[in-house]
Design a binder for this molecule. Sequence first.
Ligand code: GLV
Ligand code: MG
Length: 335
Amino acid sequence: MRSVRKVFEPLAIGAPRPFRELPSKLERMIHFVPPHIEKVRAKAGELAGQVDVVLGNLEDAIPIESKIAARDGFIAMAKATDFGSTGLWARVNALNSPWFLDDMTRIVGEVGDKLDVVMIPKVEGDWDIHFVDQYLALLEARHGVKKPILVHAILETPQGVNNVEAIAAASPRMHGMSLGPADLAASRAMKTTRVGGGHPDYKVLADAVAGAPRASFQQDPWHYTIARMVDACAAHGIKAFYGPFGDFSDPDACEAQFRNAFLLGCAGAWTLHPNQIAIAKRVFSPDAGEVAFARKILDAMPDGSGAVMIDGKMQDDATWKQARVIVELARQVAA
Ligand code: GLV
Ligand code: MG
């Protein structure tokens, strides 16, 4: 378990003020590939350097009759491909599925040294993470895996959302968490047939104005869960991600959903289609205008204290910390 700091230490005068440091690796998009398809495996090397993370998907969207081929394909792809600085992740099948045990055993046993993160679907509580943590420890010891494999949970059941803080705190292996809107919609009995995004009927009506047509505003059905997830992750120093956006024909809506997540504190999103890669890269890299304004704040407040006015807007210690987050992200993108 992560230790929880119980006392507040007084800040020494002149000491740098704490702010939320971003975990250092850039992971703006987790790009999903179906590893049972030979053509996909053959072209996997082309993704190196083009995406921040390549993920071999073994779970949903892989037909039952291709589950073993996807596992074998992932292992073959990991052995054959040099992904360079691009991270390599696998989404294994759920803990209570017939495939989980062999997914973990074979992947860690055969390509454990190449795997950065294992994504676990349908996590319901910290007990799921404790089990995965211990099982990874057994496999790593048995196969002499040198670098600990990290764990990423998908938040996609009401039980998981209920236990989100405990999941975030469950293990030092926790890398982060992704919202899984499709399974969450199903398990909550939401009346939708979509993979993420909004719905035209989820809206509020503006007040009626005599003689004018009634305006309405669509709401984001994922706002509550993303906000809970971001707080739980930030409190435990791990990363939050928006998950999939299934309407490949609507890049504008995809961009808007990704941007809401970015503004609320998410580090990245899943990309299921090659067209979504550029969207995620654009959205999860800070806007040049924002970076320039954040730099103005840092320049105007060299020790991060006090209050100044810039372009008519008040800045103080808190906006200085916000500016540090944006400038640090810009530095990572430029590196
Ligand atoms: C992802 O796995 C989802 O269910 O949305
Ligand atoms: Mg799912």
